[in-house]
Design a protein. Structure first.
Length: 118
């Protein structure tokens, strides 16, 4: 899927320039993971994981696959990548961004949507 919106293209290109963000996207392609799991796996502070998750969610690259409230009032969220690949190409002052959807999560979403009678 080619991204057309110039602001979104710039935002995705900027986000993908961070190696931790790239690793976070890749770590959540096959299986949804919690912020705690991602923090341990990527060896970054949990606050950074939450900040990256917010950024990636706003860009449509990461989604909260499931969430539940904890007894202490917190929230337990499992994050999953919506894409398996992000290609950013620079040619002169032009940027092209292509996203390859994560079929695993799309299939699950379609099954859920079908189950809900939509």
């Amino acid at each position: 899927m080619r991204i057309i919106d110039p602001v979104l293209k710039e935002s995705i290109a900027k986000a993908m320039s961070d190696s931790h963000i790239r690793r976070m996207v890749w770590a959540t392609v096959a299986k949804a993971k919690s912020a705690t799991d991602l923090s341990a796996q990527l060896e970054i502070p949990i606050r950074t994981v939450y900040r990256y998750a917010t950024t990636l969610s706003q860009l449509g690259i990461l989604t909260a696959e499931s969430s539940s409230l904890l007894r202490g009032g917190g929230k337990y969220v499992l994050y999953r990548s919506m894409v398996t690949s992000i290609m950013v190409k620079y040619e002169g002052d032009m940027i092209e961004v292509d996203l390859i959807p994560n079929e695993g999560i799309l299939e699950r979403f379609m099954r859920f949507w079908s189950y809900m009678g939509r």
